[in-house]
Design a protein. Structure first.
Length: 315
């Protein structure tokens, strides 16, 4: 194995022979989804909103959360976007297995069992008919896991902290592909989720993304439940509304940071999902009873005592 300066890297049954074997775009707008270089495969994760586009002249609709599998042979044109947010990765199939060239995938001519198995993970990149338009609808728990692997792989690709970074990125990509394989063959749907499981998914999402902008509508889209039903289910299990819980959780994290870190008030506001320091200070003071600065200077509270009646659904 050579280092990460662009040399050939070999690990087991896969080959890293190109320095740009994988690329990420964390703000995908479908302006360059067709790879400028041939032989790429692409995964585009739609995280929020909706979009209408054409894939090789055929109209298709993207509704978050979903994922689009495409290749450098495709021509994709964005027709309309409704608050769509998306991120994509492009990679050579040889990142998965050195025998999986773009040409071999097209002919599906493999002798070795391992090659046939790995090629199956990439089959939906090339399928397009009435039954397969390569848009995979993601159940909430699948979306959370795919999004997590996307983030890990993106960070590894950006940092490249050692000569083994591509190996770790490949492992993340394999996890994504295996999840998508399970999704394509799984007959379960979102209607089979219990109320408890729906609430667990929402809590997991909040705990993982509280630093980002979260709206009640985006949570509803995540679990395919309307606002009234979600609020009822959530209150039945947590005794709080979703927004009430989110604000309580953010302020709990803020209190911990004020007590146990030297981060500035502005940084803590940003870290805990408040857009502006002034807004954070106003919310903190209204719910906790003292300002963030006063809280930091005091010993803090053993139990966070937020006045529930003062919490308003502002999201």
């Amino acid at each position: 194995m050579k280092n990460n300066d662009g040399g050939v890297i070999m690990e087991g049954n896969f080959d890293y022979s190109k320095a740009t074997i994988i690329e990420f775009n964390l703000q995908e707008q479908f302006t360059r989804i067709s790879a400028s270089k041939t032989g790429y495969l692409a995964l585009t994760l739609i995280t929020d909103g909706n979009a209408i586009l054409t894939i090789n002249g055929k109209m298709a609709e993207l509704k978050s959360p979903c994922i689009l599998a495409s290749s450098s042979c495709d021509t994709i044109v964005l027709v309309k976007s409704d608050r769509m947010m998306a991120k994509s990765l492009r990679f050579y199939p040889t990142l998965i297995n050195k025998s999986l060239t773009f040409e071999n995938l097209a002919t599906n001519d493999f002798c070795e069992i391992a090659d046939r198995h790995d090629s199956r993970l990439l089959r939906f990149f090339l399928m397009q008919d009435e039954a397969h338009n390569r848009i995979i609808k993601l159940l909430p728990q699948t979306y959370l896991r795919v999004s997590e692997w996307f983030s890990i792989a993106s960070k590894e690709t950006k940092i490249k902290k050692d000569a083994h970074w591509l190996y770790r990125v490949r492992r993340c990509l394999m996890q994504i592909l295996l999840l998508l394989e399970d999704t394509c063959t799984d007959s379960d749907d979102v209607n089979s989720l219990s109320d408890e499981r729906i609430v667990d998914i929402v809590l997991e999402y909040m705990h993982a993304n509280f630093a980002n902008e979260i709206s009640l509508d985006s949570i509803c889209r995540l679990v395919y439940v309307n606002r009234t039903s979600l609020t009822r289910k959530f209150k039945a299990h947590t005794h709080r509304s979703p927004i009430n819980y989110l604000l309580h959780y953010r302020l709990s994290v803020a209190c911990n940071l004020l007590t146990n870190s030297k981060l500035s008030i502005s940084k803590i506001a940003d870290t805990t999902g408040f857009k502006y320091e002034s807004y954070f200070t106003r919310q903190f003071t209204a719910k906790i009873g003292i300002t963030p600065t006063q809280y930091r200077q005091s010993d803090g509270y053993e139990v966070l005592n937020i006045r529930e009646s003062s919490i308003v659904d502002e999201f």
